[in-house]
Write a protein that binds this ligand. Structure first.
Ligand code: UD1
Ligand code: UDP
Length: 362
């Protein structure tokens, strides 16, 4: 079976690392990795290939940044001949970025069946580009790999046939289990940043809704500054956020007390997450990693797709426009824990996906 995996953004390199490794164990599967090049800085892309052993892409389309229509459109144009020339039996896409949608659309138009990893997630907020990407991708996929029962229910409610939906757990748990111990051995990030385990907040901000809106962004930074009065706050800065802060007249002043670092490699990030007192984030992946490491999390958004985390008490949502509430929520989260449960499966998601694909190939 020839599987063409299409990735392009940071979280996709991370998710693909483990599934690619598992697919490679089987002689009957040939995987071709296509990188759209949506993310291209060394610390947003190459570092993950090096650290996580992800195979070199068979082709890098080098599409880069741009407005949604142009970026997605250029990917479509570039992907079509690659899919045609290589005639894969399946195209595999992850998550909800523009690379996901372009990969799915290009494959669907060429009648190549699509496997969607992380299917069925919904924020019910169609102003998020990711929500549009995931709905459209789900509705042209053949195999929908849902990480949770909630995701599976969402798909069935939208009329997707039960036999196409596979609740296989969350691939990010496989990733955390595969690389967690290695991070502890290999990363010296705590020494480099002079941090004490259990005595700092790790924050990430990159969502369009938080970075494109100066009110929300300055409120979030003001809240982190407040927290930093009593505890170090580390903020690895996504390039989108750095640019947005650069546009704000008082941008630099909002970062005075924060420990700002460049985007981190995955092993450094995992260790920082593991040892944090609290994680404050608008990232999908980081919310779940907080839970995997049993670190309390504050989600800097109005809603989350990962509702189990809130229901179990590990995560709380806070309005990014309310700086006071954000700061209080982060401080209050220190030392808390939630209900122990396992909504994301047992860390064998990659193997379950491989089994489904192999069965389909017979
Ligand atoms: C994208 C995804 C988002 C995902 C995130 C993961 C879409 C619509 N959004 O958001 O769902 O959570 O990736 O990180 O696909 N930039 C650089 N260097 C890079 C990459 C980006 O400087 O290597 C800057 C560029 O100015 C670019 C901006 O970041 O315009 C945004 O990048 P883009 O890939 O469009 O969206 P993300 O915000 O990264
Ligand atoms: N991540 C990383 N370095 C960073 C920030 C995040 O390695 O500086 C990892 C993080 O641990 C998680 C993934 O990137 O595995 C999440 O990606 P991101 O927040 O960019 O996107 P999202 O998950 O929200 O789509």
């Amino acid at each position: 079976m020839k599987v063409m995996t299409i990735v392009g953004a940071r979280p996709q390199f991370i998710k693909a690392s483990v599934l690619s490794m598992v697919l490679a164990e089987d002689d009957t599967i040939e995987e071709l990795l296509v990188n759209t090049g949506q993310h291209y800085d060394w610390n947003m892309a190459s570092v993950f290939f090096t650290e996580l052993g992800l195979r070199e892409p068979f082709i890098n389309l080098a599409i880069g940044s741009g407005p949604h229509g142009r970026q997605t459109g250029e990917m479509l144009v570039a992907l079509e001949p690659v899919i045609e020339a290589n005639a894969p039996d399946a195209v595999l896409v992850y998550g909800d970025t523009n690379s996901t949608l372009a990969g799915a659309l290009a494959a669907a138009k060429l009648h190549v069946p699509i496997a969607h990893v992380e299917a069925g997630l919904r924020s019910f907020n169609k102003r998020m580009p990711e929500e549009i990407n995931r709905i459209l991708t789900d509705h042209c996929s053949q195999w929908l790999f849902a990480p949770t029962a909630t995701a599976r229910d969402n798909l069935l409610r939208e009329g997707i046939a039960e036999e196409q939906v596979f609740q296989v757990g969350d691939i990010m748990l496989d990733v955390a289990l595969t690389f967690g111990e290695r991070a502890v051995r290999a990363s010296n990030i705590l020494e480099r940043l002079q941090l004490t385990p259990g005595d700092y907040v790790l924050a990430t901000i990159h969502r369009a809704e938080n970075t494109d809106d100066a009110v929300r962004l300055s409120s979030l930074l003001a809240a982190l500054e407040r927290v930093a009065e009593s505890m170090p706050v580390v903020l690895p800065l996504h390039p989108r956020t750095r640019t947005a802060i650069g546009r704000m007249p008082n941008g630099e002043a909002l970062l005075k007390r924060l420990n700002i670092v460049e985007p981190l490699g995955f092993l450094d990030m995992l260790l920082l997450e593991k040892k944090a007192a609290v994680i404050a984030t608008d990232s999908g992946g980081v919310q779940k990693e907080a839970f995997f490491h049993q670190v309390p999390c504050v989600t800097l958004r109005d809603e989350t797709e990962w509702v189990e985390l809130v229901e179990l008490g590990w995560n709380r949502l806070v309005d990014p426009k309310d700086a006071k509430a954000v700061a209080a929520s982060i401080r209050d989260a220190v030392g808390t824990s939630g209900v122990r449960s396992n909504p994301y499966g047992d860390g064998c998601t990659a193997r379950s996906i491989k089994q489904v694909l192999l069965r389909a190939a017979q």
